[in-house]
Write a protein that binds this ligand. Sequence first.
Ligand SMILES: [Zn+2]
Length: 414
Amino acid sequence: MRVKIERIQQNLENLACFGKLEGGGVSRLAFTREDQEARVYLEKALESEGLTVKVDAFGNMRARRQGKENLAPVMIGSHLDSVPQGGRFDGTVGVVAALEVIRVLNELKVETRRPVELINFAVEESGRFGVGTLGSKAMCGHLSVEKLKSYRDNRGVSLYEALKNFGLNPEALDTVRINPGEIYAFIETHIEQGRVLEAENIPIGIVTAIAAPTRLKVLVKGRADHSGATPMSLREDALTAASEIILGVEKIAASEAGPHTVGTVGYVRVSPGAMNVIPGLVEMGIDLRDIEKDSKDLAVTKVLALLKRVSQKRHVGIEYEILANEPPVALSPKMVGSLEKAARSLGYSYKLMPSGAGHDAMYMAELTQVGMIFIPSKEGISHNPAEYSSWEEIARGAELLLETVINLANETNQ
Ligand SMILES: [Zn+2]
């Protein structure tokens, strides 16, 4: 291997100090002091490699290693921010792998035709403002100054204010936008956040598509009556109706939509919530995901029909609101091919797989050809201090990134 495991480990351990939690893990929310410390660390590391860091108006950090020709760069990286009570690996692994690639290219004096650019996306996690992958959305032109003012953290600070407090210029949001063609290719290295690779004992995942969610908030309205005085035949129990919906969502996702459909009811709020009162109102959230749009649309249609059926059968009112309905993203077959070729040349076994979680790569796919490398996550744990991937596995992912970057950065056209 050309990448150095000790250096990767050292960087990950050093970065884990910023926002370090007592029992391991980190809390490094976007645009906080901890985030700033991690950014300064990265900037110093890049400067010591002779690169200059540029920060755009939204806080995305970019640093370019020049190529021999004035061509669009190959971009690599991920994010340094974390969820509250998060792990040391989510996002950071992709930034550290990219940094290692730059170091090895310098060490071995590799000259590439295209520049290679590292990126640390700002506000990837939704942990602070309730919405995520904002740095890449800004690059695609999907944000507006009004939206920046509307997103708030739990202390009421708007994203607009947070950007200003961080020394950035939210009014210059338009300057963050980049045009398709300005970047030749983007590759993100990330932990899998699931247990597929570990279960199958495969060291590398090559992502073919990123699943996207449709989210529904559902209100089931029954009647809150006395639990002793109301016979079973006269009840309008919102919770028993909600239970049918929960089991129905599971059945639809498991066997009635597509092979990759997943469906979850992640929360249920019951009121009045007393042991001796029949539940009169239930609020719940349904999250449906798929990598194929048709299958997801089918699942949504079936869930809506289920709501209607349960409402009629149980004499309860059911209202719903669609909170999000994002289309799944297929990653570039050419990038998948480039990653497969590099993996084969390194002798690494790999698995082609979808990503169930969202990433900046999703939005970058609007701008350029995108590839993603997955590294196994121990027991699939993520967004948790127990998150873990071994140094060896991370180094293997970085080596694959290096090999792929060298190939891509020497291509002249698509
Ligand atoms: Zn992440």
